[in-house]
Ligand binder design. Structure first.
Ligand code: MF3
Ligand code: CO
Length: 264
């Protein structure tokens, strides 16, 4: 069942979205060669607390028997697609790092992700992977229209990705978001225009293209979380939480002063 949000709930979601946006910018600025990824998690915890918000990911279980997620931020490096667990691994120049963060404010969740290189892109294909993934999220957001369908979003994302010769991860999808991080509907990054649930005012959606340089097959490491590409190719991830208002779509996790995704 798709929960439609009131204007008051929208305001709570806006607050949660701004916390996520701000903290992600702090984390992005901290990314540097030699930094152990667990330092990003410490920073995420401190910055979320400072803003009076709560971590959404810590302790989360996607299915019964899965180990609870042990951190506040997901840090996924190179061939890691999503849900990388921060640890003692040190970042190095040229790594492609995806940061995924959720925060709760007044009972409502904001969920967003971005990717960044440590230093500069190691090669032009890597730079293209990041630019195309960011552009596919923009295309997905632009495809959201009242009266349209969720399939319009996936079709728009997929087109951008596949035109560039990259592939869309199938095993993970975007989602409705609200009091829970994962609500109906599922929002795949592939699909067909005109299919899927109808887009209505009051919906809050997390659109999150996960894109691989090679094939889209993934496997999950024995830690129960970290998803990696099966072919070892690099992957990239961007995500925004947005609200479908009567007057238009509001991207809740975008900072007004945030620059357009730049290519390095
Ligand atoms: N943005 C991811 C998602 O929507 C974050 C989940 S990480 C988890 O699935 F640890 F909380 F699962
Ligand atoms: Co999400």
């Amino acid at each position: 069942m798709i929960e439609l949000k009131s204007e008051q709930e929208r305001a709570h979601m806006r607050a949660a979205g701004q916390v996520v946006a701000e903290v992600l910018q702090v984390l992005k600025a901290a990314v540097a060669p030699g930094l152990p990824t667990m330092e990003l998690d410490r920073l995420a915890d401190a910055e979320i607390k400072k803003r009076g918000a709560q971590s959404v990911f810590r302790g989360y279980q996607a299915y019964e028997g899965q180990p609870p997620y042990p951190a506040t931020v997901c840090v996924s490096v190179n061939e890691q697609v999503v849900h990388g667990i921060p640890g003692s691994r040190r970042l190095k120049e040229g790594d492609l790092v995806s940061l995924d963060l959720g925060a709760r404010v007044s009972g409502f969740v904001g969920d967003a992700a971005l990717s960044v290189f440590v230093g500069s892109a190691p090669d032009s294909r890597a730079a293209e992977l990041l630019a195309v993934t960011a552009a596919s999220l923009d295309a997905g957001i632009a495809a959201v229209h009242i009266g349209g369908h969720v399939g319009d979003i996936g079709a728009a994302v997929q087109e951008v990705v596949e035109q560039a010769g990259f592939s869309v991860i199938r095993d993970f999808v975007g989602h409705g978001v609200g009091r829970s991080m994962h609500e109906d509907p599922q929002v795949p990054n592939y699909g067909t225009r005109g299919l899927g649930p109808r887009i209505r005012p009051g919906m809050a959606l997390a659109i999150e293209p996960m894109v691989a340089e090679g094939g889209y097959a993934v496997r999950v490491l024995p830690d129960g979380w970290t998803a990696v590409t099966r072919d070892g190719s690099r992957a990239c991830h961007f995500e925004h939480t947005l609200f479908v208002g009567e007057q238009g779509v509001e991207v809740l996790t975008r900072l007004s002063e945030e620059p357009v995704h730049e290519v390095q």
